[in-house]
Design a protein around this ligand. Structure first.
Ligand code: PLP
Length: 370
């Protein structure tokens, strides 16, 4: 097994098939001027195959386009799929960087393990991003707070309706220019507290970045939108008492003594943004606690003035201040609450590092275009 893997690893040289019909410079510039999020894609994508016997093989960069799937492909029936999300940032000197991509690679390996998918070695993961950027670097926008969102993903391609881990899997990377998440200043959002639905349970897949977790969050997300909220907050599935996370972001509370508290649970996705923000806070001398947080503690803490700021964090929006939590039975905070000062200064410190405006003393940034 090890020998096979090593053999496959030696052969991992990408072939590049250029898109013969790329977007014109004019079209691309029009997209980059107003990219939105997740709706426009670059000219190329990465594709690496895996099979039980051949390991990882046939790595290539090819024109962006539809993937041919057998209707019996396992992913369509049993959702054996995982993904990652990270950004490429353009620095003032034109160079292109990613933020802690090894952490995304390691998390994708953990997700793979949980979903019985093959683990993609870290160096392949990083190389796949560099290979894509080698042909699509012009797609990284340069306006403030814009980026090229990178979406690596992997799924079961084997055509087989029996229920077991697939023996044929593909890994891809696609990329999509992303605009500033908040146009006109960072605005606090209202969050809907879901009491009817849970996103993950004990022993389930909550800690893996897999599409199924999102599938189970969509109905609650609709409920949130109907109640005028931007996102859903989920509680633990066993007792409906402890805070887990939003549909796609982690949460952090700031206490009046400066302590930052974030939920600890086996069924939440451990965000790299959260980890980084907590690191920055620790370095500033803040106490950081990762522990169970009940929704009662949150409600009472805000009412008594013990909790002074609350925010959500994740790659897409970086840090999003939370103004209020609305639930069927009670409301925490108020809709007109302003973004907290610590929330905003941590956000600024993190984005300054990501965009190269502040020295990266932790070795977090990895250059992609050289
Ligand atoms: C991706 C994701 C996050 C945030 O993770 P980051 O690494 O900070 O982007 C949080 N929760 C869920 C469910 C996610 O899928």
């Amino acid at each position: 097994m090890t020998n096979l893997l090593q053999m496959a690893q030696r052969d991992l040289t990408f072939s590049v098939a250029r898109n013969e019909n790329p977007k014109s410079e004019e079209e691309r510039n029009a997209i980059l001027a107003d990219p939105g999020f997740g709706k426009n894609f670059t000219d190329h994508m990465v594709d690496i195959c895996w099979s039980e016997h051949g390991g990882w093989h046939r790595p290539r960069v090819q024109p962006y386009g539809p993937i041919a799937l057998d209707p019996a492909a396992a992913v369509l029936h049993y959702a054996q799929e995982i993904f990652e999300g990270l950004k490429a940032y353009r620095h003032a000197d034109g160079s292109v960087w990613s933020f802690r991509p090894e952490a995304n690679a390691a998390r994708m390996q953990r997700s793979a393990k949980r979903l019985a998918l093959p683990e993609l070695p870290t160096e392949y993961f990083i190389d796949s991003l560099k290979q894509l950027l080698a042909v699509d670097a012009d797609w990284v926008p340069s306006a403030p707070e814009t980026s090229l969102y990178l979406r690596p993903f992997m799924f079961a391609k084997e055509a087989f309706l029996g229920v077991r881990a697939a023996k044929k899997v593909n890994y891809y990377v696609i990329a999509s220019p992303a605009g500033a998440y908040f146009t006109g200043g960072v605005a606090p959002v209202s969050i809907w507290l879901s009491t009817d639905y849970a996103r993950a349970g004990k022993g389930g897949t909550g800690a893996a970045k897999t599409g199924g977790n999102y599938a189970s969050s969509l109905l609650a997300q609709q409920e949130a939108a109907e109640n005028g909220c931007a996102q859903v907050l989920f509680l633990d599935s066993a007792e409906g008492k402890y805070v887990e996370e939003l549909g796609g972001m982690n949460v952090v509370l700031v206490y009046k003594d400066g302590t930052l508290v974030t939920p600890k649970s086996d069924s939440i996705l451990e965000g790299i943004t959260r980890d980084s923000i907590l690191d920055l806070a620790r370095d500033r001398g803040h106490k950081v606690e990762e522990r169970r947080v009940s929704i009662d503690e949150w409600r009472e803490g805000v009412a008594s003035g013990d909790i002074v700021e609350m925010f959500a964090c994740g790659t897409a929006a970086v840090v999003t201040p939370i103004s209020q939590i609305k639930g069927a039975e009670f409301t925490i905070g108020s809709a007109d609450a302003e973004a907290g000062p610590l929330t905003m200064s941590l956000r600024e410190e993190l984005t300054d590092i990501q965009y190269g405006r502040r020295e990266d003393t932790r070795g977090w940034m990895v250059r992609l275009d050289a």
